[in-house]
Design a protein. Sequence first.
Length: 400
Amino acid sequence: MEFNGDFFNLPESYLFAEVADAVSGYEVLHPDKRVLKLSIGDVTLPLPPTVVGAMRSAAAETGDKKTFRGYLPYEGCGFLRESIKNYYKSMGADVSADEIFISDGAKSDLWNLPDLFKRGLTALVPDPVYPVYAESNVLKGNRVVYAAATEQNGFLPMPDYGVKAGLIYICSPNNPTGAAYTPEQLQEWVEYAIKTGAVILYDAAYESFVRDGKSARTIYSCAGAESCAVEICSLSKTAGFTGLRCGYTVVPKALKLNGVSANKLWYRLKSTCFNGVSYVVQRAAEAAFSAGGLAEIKKNTGYYMQNAKILSGALSRCGVPYWGGKNSPYIWLKCPRGTDSRGFFKELLNGAGIAGTPGAGFGAGGEGYLRLSSFSDAETALEAAERLENFYKTHPISAF
Ligand code: PLP
């Protein structure tokens, strides 16, 4: 036997371990100083009351012989698929309930989606971005090419007809840069996919943070997207489900290759590798999409966005170039010239007691940048803003 040799083509994931080690090292040396952890992309607020109430009722149902349920449909319960369909309707997008597949979160579906397609494909992945897109393709023996997201293109790469790729990943709003496409820009990607016969995997995990009224919240606001795009979304950041686990993937019936529908094959794949999300969690997710749940979610995402405003306000006052924070819980800031992202991460940790995430962890294109997360308490954000202002007094802005 041999292990899958593609494991050895995966990038080493030592960076995040290095970050954790540096933070604990700092805490040992400075037991009196609180490290402000703005590195994690995990929510800090508890689940909305409507969601918790729905779980209590659902848990009671599981203890009654009349309402107890065992295995549930692989694709998810009808009640939840209907509520997500209505959510899409409220965004002006027409998606039918049988095109929505309930999952235990976006990560597993993102991992499995390349299995729909013939091995050896070429995936076009933005750089920098959430690392799972590239890594799933590397481990499945596919080829990965990158679309550079740079300051010059506002971290929003646009189609290049010179690049040949079968699978196109789009993450909007983007993790880590916070950049979000407008529906007009996405329309260009849809046209590119239709013309070149490619398939788009659109990750909308942060759609509920869009605030500017201009950026897209779903790719299905674009004409023709139903024939070329799969959309992956999650309740993790939206509704605080990072620990509870629930997401959904829209696989349109109109997306066909050689006359075969992707929807049919996705059902085949999911029914083979997945036995569904628990009843209690699906009722919790249904409650998240109710009017009460949506109002509570908006309040929670608003709280994180207020943190983002506090942090970005401090950076603006210091004259530090940054992006994001407007339609995303992440702020992407530029490291001073001559410092790489790891070096600047250490400088900020040692100089201000603030832990961010080095941009290099999201791809080569992230080198020279640092991500700050607004998933924290308001007090932490306020203290971080104050510490940032003090830090930049001794770190000249002219160095950018
Ligand atoms: N997609 C993006 C862009 C993310 O940042 C994350 C998590 O950080 C995920 C997907 C995975 O989310 P989930 O918790 O639903 O697996």
